[in-house]
Write a protein that binds this ligand. Structure first.
Ligand code: LLP
Length: 408
């Protein structure tokens, strides 16, 4: 049996293999290991043997990733019409799709009703139920509950505490009853604590969220076929952080839901893809300053937004063959964008950088390629998938002409 460790650190990637990929495909380059992606799914499926695992497509919606996870047994959680479109294109059965509609534009509702009417519509406002009723929909409906408890790697992603998401938990049971009376096929309830739970206190918040769901399930006038406890399973971004105790999250979830007669649904995104991806970038400029030496690279906040948006930490490793022989230096890795927030990594101990060095940025598989932009008219990067010892280009790098192609 092949081993399936709880975490793959940046140091575990083969420098020689990553160098070969950068040589072949250029930089900046996202590398996504589909075998590791499947391993991550397998650990979740093993920890939650009775649950349906819906992959939160927003973490990485690339077709290769969606197909690999579908083959591994995942269903899909989609936040927008575009994600539903991608899931169907990747072969997901619409019946396996949960469409978690957050303030859905009309065009999104109309598309999903047309393309995937058998999907489960997970709604977070009475208003959305009205809009579905106006469209004559009487299909599978689940209610997103606002639990009032959040957790995550940053307050910015502690969704459970944000009233934007879901119906207040003390109103949920009556909304479920009203929806059933209006002819919807009311099938479940959902809540999500936030993104990036890692330590015991985060797991305690997750427990509180599931407890709120149990209260709603008990008061519900409708029999529910599932309780969806969300995703948010975190990964360690710092080398000194321990991996999430997935067994404890699973045991907590099962324990709290023990007396509820409904299937469990989980919807992890990050956990399945983060440590299966790295971003490769090349140093083009080395600049001493009064503080850290600046290593200017060809990836920036347009390539990987997380550090600029959340102050998120991503490990950086020099892949140069002689890196280990160089003196260490205090280095900040900065991108090519005309913004002061365009910093990928600040004040890191790294081998003294040289122009042409290849750097790897860890845990880039989640919310990396998904959050790219073309700001400063930067072409979006390429993506390579590795699988079974082979590699293949799964997303082409933008050409400069891609930038103006949609303009009329
Ligand atoms: N389910 C729902 C309803 C969600 O809103 C989310 C994430 C997930 C599942 C998946 O969460 P995950 O398992 O990936 O933590 N861009 C941010 C993360 C935002 C997540 C938003 N919702 C980041 O880069 O950290």
């Amino acid at each position: 049996m092949t081993s399936n460790p709880a975490v793959r650190r940046l140091a575990d990637w083969s420098a020689a293999e990553l160098r070969a990929l950068a040589d072949e495909y250029g930089t900046p380059l996202y590398v996504q290991d589909l075998d590791r992606t499947r391993q991550n799914f397998d650990r979740v499926a093993a920890a939650f043997p009775d649950a349906d695992v819906h992959y939160a497509v927003k973490a990485n919606a690339g077709r290769a990733v969606l197909r690999a996870l579908r083959e591994a047994g995942a269903s899909a959680e989609c936040a927008a019409a575009g994600e539903v479109f991608r899931a169907i294109e990747a072969g997901y059965d619409p019946r396996e799709v949960h469409y978690t509609a957050v303030n859905p534009p009309d065009a999104d509702l109309d598309y999903v009703l047309d393309a995937a009417p058998e999907a489960t519509f997970v709604v977070g406002a009475r208003d959305t139920i009205d809009r579905l009723a106006e469209r004559g929909f009487a299909g599978r409906l689940a209610l997103r509950v606002h639990p009032g408890v959040g957790a995550g790697h940053s307050a910015d992603v502690a969704t459970g505490a944000d009233a934007k998401f879901g119906v207040p938990h003390d109103e949920a049971a009556s909304v479920l009853g009203e929806a059933a009376e209006r002819g919807f096929d009311v099938v479940g309830i959902h809540a999500h604590v936030g993104s990036g739970m890692l330590d015991e206190s985060d797991v305690a918040s997750h427990r509180e969220v599931v407890e709120r769901l149990v209260e709603v399930a008990r008061e519900s006038p409708v029999d529910l076929s599932f309780v969806d406890v969300g995703g948010g399973f975190g990964v360690p971004y710092h080398p000194q952080e321990e991996p999430l105790d997935l067994e404890s999250v699973a045991a907590t979830t099962r324990d709290v839901l023990a007396d509820v007669d409904a299937a469990i649904v989980v919807e992890p995104g990050r956990y399945l893809v983060a440590d299966a991806g790295v971003l490769l970038t090349e140093v083009n400029t080395v600049k001493p300053t009064d503080g850290a030496t600046l290593a200017g690279v060809d990836a920036g906040m347009t390539t990987l937004l997380r550090p600029a948006l959340y102050g998120a930490h991503h490990e950086v490793r020099s892949l140069d063959a002689d890196a280990a022989d160089r003196d260490e230096d205090l280095v900040s890795v900065v991108g090519p964008i005309c913004e002061s927030t365009d910093v990928l990594a600040e004040d890191r101990r790294l081998p003294h950088p040289e122009r042409g060095d290849l750097l790897a940025v860890g845990n880039a598989g989640a919310y990396g390629i998904e959050m790219v932009s073309q700001y400063n008219s930067r072409p979006r990067p390429a993506v390579v998938a590795v699988e079974g010892g082979d590699d293949r280009l799964v997303r082409e790098r933008d050409e400069l002409s891609t930038l103006t192609a949609p303009e009329r």
